[in-house]
Design a protein around this ligand. Structure first.
Ligand SMILES: Cc1ncc(C[n+]2csc(CCOP(=O)(O)OP(=O)(O)O)c2C)c(N)n1
Ligand code: SF4
Length: 286
């Protein structure tokens, strides 16, 4: 088990840009809406790469479809842009083919636990050594803000104008239940906490999941009384509690809060290593 070093002096933004970022061309612009939490999340991801001193030529990001999916185009690393929801499956293939690579699966909440739920839980079950970062904005963003499996009960979306009546998934609990060996949650308000969670997830050997609460003030906030990015960020600030605080509280007190921190960090055989051992054993017999 690896824990990233405790001390780290954040450096000027130019440092991260030079080492890990691809800026859009001068006449182009980032495809996120102004103030979208994806920008803050992207900064945390590249800071985590720097924190771990990762070599960009050994990193592969994998993404599917969604507002979040352009992130791989802004990060200096190899990129696989595949079908909606199949991120964990593609990442599994890449990691098994070349275990030397650091494979980061970037996913939206719809991507990971709606259309891609099967791939997500089976990646976790196998404990393949990849890091899945799920940007949870409570809706299907790119297609207009339809409700999905993480939409909070009662909240309004394009497809639930009178309030969502379906129960939602807790992404972290789903990952834990499926066997993920590192599971954490943070928010884009908690930039440094988020950076450390992502770095710890990458450093961990096994299926690692970081759920990132990411503001989509345009399509979720606007419909639910928070049209400004700052209002959603303040909400994350004011309503977040740590895992340790949650343990001291009753279920009623925890209800409605964002519990942030590490839920699981455990050791279990990793499928890539088990696969290599199996090949060696079978070849020896032959
Ligand atoms: C197989 C397939 N079905 C549906 C779509 C349409 N589609 C594109 S993006 C998207 C929603 C993505 O939502 P999410 O993963 O939460 O990412 P966000 O846009 O919110 O960042 C959908 C349904 C698609 N591209 N491919
Ligand atoms: S629609 Fe929402 S998630 Fe998509 S870029 Fe805009 S603010 Fe971000």
């Amino acid at each position: 088990m690896t824990t990233v070093r405790k001390t780290y002096k954040p450096l000027p933004m130019e440092h991260y840009i030079e080492n890990y970022a691809i800026m859009p061309a001068v006449d182009d612009h980032f495809r996120y809406c102004p103030g979208c939490g994806l920008g803050l999340a992207q900064s945390a991801v590249v800071r985590a790469f720097d924190y771990l001193k990762l070599d960009p030529s050994k990193i592969v990001t994998v993404s599917g479809s969604g507002c979040y999916a352009v992130m791989g185009q802004y990060i200096k690393a190899h990129q696989f842009h595949g079908p909606h929801g199949a991120g964990a499956a593609a990442a599994t293939g890449i990691k098994l083919a070349n275990p030397e690579l650091t494979v980061i699966c970037l996913q939206g909440d719809g991507d990971a636990v709606s259309i891609g739920a099967g791939h997500f839980v089976h990646g976790a079950r196998r404990n393949i050594d990849i890091t899945v970062i799920v940007f949870n904005n409570f809706v299907f963003g790119e297609t207009g803000g339809q409700g999905g499996p993480t939409t909070p009960l009662g909240s309004k979306t394009e497809t639930s104008p009178y309030g969502m009546i379906e129960n939602s998934f807790d992404i972290c609990q789903l990952a834990i239940g499926a066997g993920a060996t590192y599971v954490a949650r943070s928010t884009v308000y908690h930039a440094w906490h988020l950076t450390k969670c992502v770095a710890n997830a990458i450093a961990h050997k096994g299926f690692s999941v970081v759920e990132v609460l990411q503001n989509c003030h345009e399509l979720w906030g606007r419909r639910n009384g928070m049209p400004q990015a700052s209002q959603m960020l303040n909400w994350y600030r004011d309503d977040s509690i740590t895992v340790a605080q949650a343990k001291e509280m009753s279920p009623e007190q925890v209800k409605g809060k964002f519990v942030i921190g590490e839920f699981v960090r455990s050791d279990k055989p990793e499928i890539g290593e088990e696969y290599a051992k199996l090949i060696a054993r079978v070849q020896k017999k032959g």
